[in-house]
Write a protein that binds this ligand. Sequence first.
Ligand SMILES: NC(=[NH2+])NCCC[C@H](N)C(=O)O
Length: 310
Amino acid sequence: MAVSNNSELTIVLAESSAGAPQMGSELGSRAILNSGLLKALRDHFKQVHICEISAKPSLEEDHDHAGMKRPRTVSKATQSIHELVYSHTQQGRLVLTLGGDHSNAIGTLTATTGAFNSKHDRRPAVICVDAHVSINPPEASPSGNIHGMPLAFATGLATSQEKGIFDWIQQNHLIDMKKMVYIGTRDVDDEERKLIQQNGIKFFDMNDIKKHGIDSVASMALEYVGEQTPIHLSCDIDALDPEWAPSAGHLVPGGLSLQEGELVVRRVHETGNLIAMDLVEVNPTINVDGVERTVNSACALVRGAFGLSV
Ligand SMILES: NC(=[NH2+])NCCC[C@H](N)C(=O)O
């Protein structure tokens, strides 16, 4: 029996780019939704709810704190996302969050985990499709950009007690490191590598994909998270090769083809266990000639994950 109810979808437009070094990804959510995707989702689901969060540059001071840039703006935006996603997950709806930059996943991952934990006393699995592992604790981050840190906060490897800076994250929101897996990684910082090893976090990097093929990797990843486990699928568009997603913030060559990306998300769909999906880092201000291609790729991943026809 599937763990998710597939009749209602909530779309969260996470129009915040404060976690990234450059602006522009706040325009990504609408670019994706308005490219025909909304209609397709409305045709597919019985009901579609749309919510939005925007993080306008705050007028108050948001100076760096403990190795983080714009920490109060990002904390506030992700807390709002958390509250929305939490309440819609609790109502048994599937949730699609369209970013925005990857820091938004701090809000989504803590929300589905918190909501499932309080309702069912268990934590969902998290499948991250990403070129990066996005698990830098602030003090180890080479950039200070919070979009490189979402998994650090969502796992509890990074914490902050500072008022207004991620002090809203609670113990029961934290994802289970033994139930998370990365697919498509190829740009990992030294400290991130150590954390992945020390905590035994499962990953399938691009070499594993070349070696085993994407279908076997998808099978291994799904076997690892286990049957009957709700799945939160967290996708950064930069997992795809820049050929397929040129309008993204941090391009890393040697990524997944669109076909490989689609295969992964369709395999997740087939489990019947998907409860939430994030799609982040589409930036329509980068490589403007490639925006349409990037948006089409993003739509294809969303369609695949929710089992819409091609
Ligand atoms: N979602 C992204 N594009 N992340 C890029 C992160 C790059 C680098 N690891 C950092 O922490 O700054």
